[in-house]
Structure formats: structure tokens, C-alpha cells
Design a protein around this ligand. Structure first.
Ligand SMILES: Nc1ncnc2c1ncn2[C@@H]1O[C@H](COP(=O)(O)OP(=O)(O)OP(=O)(O)O)[C@@H](O)[C@H]1O
Ligand SMILES: [Mg+2]
Length: 383
């Protein structure tokens, strides 16, 4: 089973430039999560902070009892072996061919023979569609191929935690669909905890169990996919729909005058280029037939059913609808789904844009009540 990653109050700045503050979330073991956020919000910095390549100013990131923010160099080195990381730029060694690039972590971190290494390297290259390209140098292949080689290299140590920084960038739509399937299949086979940073809305809607979003230097939300896919939070809705209308602008934030202008233009009939509204819960991608059931998904069912009463109604209904009649009986959930009179958490939809930065400060759904990851992480702000 993949390791759980527990992140609390993580804060990072470069000199005077604050990147994000007080990020708190749990990556449940063996579940797949996606982190969204406009360009420049610090998603890559977040991944690098998780593996100790960058040092956060405050907070903790705990994996198997080791806080990588404060641990010794030796512990950090040990803990890093649990990770397979696909960096945004692939981070391949330019002077090594693909075979040697993919073999590198095995030669560096294991005592495997060259015969064993060869078997693993060829298997991972095949898995990522790179069979036959072993002898090529990174400079001789396309950007998409470099990305896939980076993924092959991230997989060779059978990692417990896989971090992928925009695995789909530079890939054509068909390769992206294969990549999505590959990530889910991989999760089914090795039960690793996976965090994917992506701008690909389709991947974000169909692949993960959980979705998070960074915006304006904070974690706006992190929770089960059903919560974000049905959220009315303007920034989440705008991002998942890839629309111009909303709080996110070309330079991350918009002022209210710009928002009002764009709204007026839209009302006057100007098409903002987005396609249809894709709000709502779509079926999650399943492992290729014949592969094992995803154990992370099985555990997740128990986890989300426990916190069901804390979720917004639309998310709750979506989760209940995804259960089979047997599962509903197993969990004692009556049909039709919604339990009358249960306490709903405050729903944070339809907030005026200026209020997005001022959501409640307290954690609304303490983990200790449910023993589970808080479904949503309200932004900190000054109300
Ligand atoms: N090593 C560094 N030193 C100083 N500033 C940095 C460093 N790395 C990143 N930054 C700054 O941190 C901010 C966030 O960068 P990051 O690369 O994490 O964004 P991102 O969300 O991954 O964006 P994109 O979606 O475009 O990849 C940027 O302003 C960037 O200039
Ligand atoms: Mg990035």
C-alpha cells in the first residue's frame, strides 16, 4: 500500500515573494489526487517542497512518521526513495540515452545486476510507449517522448508515492488518454499514492479520487472529486470549465472592474471561447479489464462514506449514486439517497469574487470527528 502524506500548515516564500501559505491536506494511501491551479501559483514548488528539494518556511510534510521539512539529510535521502517523481521538464540527463536515464535510479539506489536492470528498464519503456527509443538522446526526441521517458524513470523503483508535474503537457490528446489510463492502471497494480499536477480538465475530471486547487497563494479546496466537480466556488468552477469569465485572469487575479467588463461583454453576446459547461460528476476512469481492483478506491469508499454527512449535498448525492445497491446496504445508506435532517456544512458556492479571499478561517470539519482527511480545506483569510 502506498504511503500516506500528511501536510500541515506548509508555507513557502522566496525572499519577499510569498508562494503559498498554510497548506494543509492529506494524500490518503493509494489514492490518486490532482492539484490544479493557474500558472505560477506554485504547484511545481509544492511538489519540490514535498520531496525536500525546496525547503518550506513553516509547516510539516510527514511520510511514514518522517517530517521531511525538519528531518536529517540521511532520513531525507531514505524517504526520497519512496518517491517516483516526474518533473515538469522531464529532468533527463542530456548526455545519457533514454536507457541510461531510466536505469539511473536503479544503478544509484539499488544493487541490482545489469540483467535485472535491463528487464525493468525495458518493461517501463514499453509501458510508456518508448520501446525502440532506448538509444536516443533526450535532445533527439519530441517533448512528449521526453515526458514519457521521465515517467518511465519515475516508475523504476516501484515507488510508494508518485508525483507527476504536468505529465500531459506536450502530449497529443490520444497520448493523454493513454497516459490517464496508464496512471489508473499503475495505481491498480502497485497501489501507490499519486499526486498529479495538471492543467488538463478532462484528466482532472476523470482520473483522480481527490482534487485540490491552489489560487491566490492558498489552497482554496482539497477534497473528494465529487466536492470540487459540483462546487459553486467561482474559482474552481471557472478553472474546471476553462472559462475567461471568473476571478482568474491572464495574470492570475483580476480586479472587479475587469470582471464587470467581461461580464457585460458576455451578456452582450461576446463568446468567451469556452465550450459547453462541464460542471458535474462524470464517471471515474477504471483500470483496464483484467487488472486488479484499485485498493485505494475500495478504501476511499469507506473513507468518504464516513464523512458523507459533512459534504455539500450535490457531492453527497454523487457519492451515493456511485454506490451499488449492495454497497448502500453494506453502509446502511437508505434509498433514495439523501438522509433527511443531516447537518450540512456551510456551502461555499456563489460567493462574490471579492469574498473568495475571505472564506472562514476555522477548519470546519475537524479530522478527529471522523478520523478522516477533512473533505475541504477552507481558505484562511481575515473574516
Ligand atoms: N527556485 C526558485 N527561486 C525563486 N523563485 C522561484 C523558484 N522556483 C519557482 N519560483 C517562483 O515561484 C512561483 C511559482 O512557480 P511554480 O513553477 O511552482 O508555478 P506553477 O504553479 O508550477 O506554474 P506552471 O503551471 O506554469 O508550471 C513563480 O513565481 C516562480 O517564479
Ligand atoms: Mg509548474
Amino acid at each position: 500500500m502506498g504511503a500516506e502524506v500528511v501536510i500541515e500548515g506548509l508555507t513557502k516564500s522566496f525572499g519577499k515573494q510569498a508562494i503559498w501559505r498554510d497548506v494543509t491536506l492529506n494524500l490518503p494511501p493509494g489514492e490518486v489526487s490532482v492539484m490544479l491551479g493557474p500558472s505560477g501559483t506554485g504547484k511545481s514548488v509544492f511538489l519540490k517542497s514535498m520531496i525536500g528539494l525546496l525547503k518550506p518556511d513553516k509547516g510539516s510534510c510527514t511520510i511514514n512518521g518522517t517530517d521531511i521539512v525538519t528531518c536529517s539529510e540521511r532520513k531525507l535521502y531514505e524517504t526520497r526513495k519512496l518517491f517516483g517523481v516526474l518533473f515538469q521538464d522531464g529532468a533527463l540527463f542530456g548526455s545519457m540515452n533514454l536507457y541510461d536515464n531510466v536505469a539511473f535510479p536503479l544503478r544509484e539506489h539499488t544493487k541490482k545486476s545489469e540483467t535485472e536492470i535491463r528487464k525493468i528498464v525495458l518493461e517501463k519503456l514499453d509501458m510508456t510507449g518508448l520501446s525502440g527509443a532506448e538509444d536516443k538522446l533526450p535532445g533527439e526526441i519530441s517533448g512528449g517522448m521526453r515526458k514519457r521517458a521521465g515517467l518511465a524513470r519515475a516508475l523504476v523503483l516501484d515507488p510508494e508515492i508518485i508525483l507527476c508535474d504536468e505529465p500531459d503537457s506536450g502530449l497529443d490528446p490520444v497520448r493523454t488518454a493513454y497516459l490517464s489510463q496508464l496512471l489508473i492502471d499503475l495505481n491498480a497494480q502497485i497501489d501507490a499514492t499519486i499526486l498529479i499536477v495538471t492543467h488538463n480538465i478532462n484528466l482532472a475530471r476523470t482520473v483522480p479520487d481527490n482534487i485540490g486547487m491552489l489560487f491566490r497563494k492558498e489552497l482554496v479546496m482539497f477534497g473528494p472529486r465529487e466536492v470540487l466537480l459540483t462546487s459553486d466556488e467561482p474559482v474552481v468552477e471557472q478553472f474546471l470549465n476553462g472559462r475567461r469569465l471568473g476571478p482568474i485572469g491572464m495574470s492570475e487575479e483580476k480586479d472587479s472592474a475587469q470582471m464587470a467588463l467581461e461580464q457585460a461583454q458576455a451578456e452582450a453576446g461576446h463568446h468567451d471561447g469556452s465550450t459547453e459547461d462541464v460542471r458535474g460528476i462524470v464517471p471515474q476512469l477504471q483500470p483496464t479489464p483484467g487488472l486488479p481492483v484499485r485498493q485505494g478506491a475500495v478504501r476511499r469508499k469507506d473513507r468518504v462514506v464516513k464523512i458523507l454527512h459533512t459534504l455539500p449535498e450535490a457531492a453527497r448525492e454523487g457519492i451515493i449514486a456511485s454506490l451499488t445497491p449492495e454497497e448502500r446496504r453494506h453502509y446502511g445508506i437508505p434509498e433514495p439517497a439523501v438522509t433527511a435532517g443531516s447537518a450540512l456544512p456551510p456551502h461555499r458556492g456563489n460567493l462574490p469574487a471579492d469574498d473568495v479571499a475571505n472564506l472562514p478561517t476555522e477548519r470546519q470539519w475537524p479530522a478527529e470527528q471522523t478520523g478522516a482527511t477533512p473533505p475541504l480545506r477552507p481558505r484562511r483569510g481575515g473574516r
